[in-house]
Ligand binder design. Structure first.
Ligand SMILES: [Zn+2]
Length: 84
């Protein structure tokens, strides 16, 4: 794992020489985690804050106990749908 990161970071710096080795390493580390997440659908597909009761869009937590969906609807967090 560590070797993969160093190898990847060196390859990245060949293409983008303005990156420091630490920046390159963190980019490589980030993309490894990103692609690992994509291969684990149970993590990727599980909505943290549920769905909008109006349009079934993906919701996000907002202040004051409200959620807002990707389409801009605002609704109380307790009304968020856990399944659609
Ligand atoms: Zn909505």
């Amino acid at each position: 794992m560590k070797e993969t990161i160093i190898k990847g970071a060196k390859a990245l710096r060949k293409r983008y020489p303005f990156l420091t080795i630490d920046q390159a390493k963190s980019i490589v580390r980030w993309s490894i985690n990103y692609y690992a997440g994509r291969t684990m659908p149970e993590i990727r597909l599980q909505p943290v804050y549920g769905y909008c009761p109006e349009c079934k869009g993906h919701g996000e937590r907002r202040l004051n106990g409200n959620n807002q969906c990707v389409n801009g609807h605002i609704y109380p967090s307790k009304d968020a749908l856990t399944e659609i």
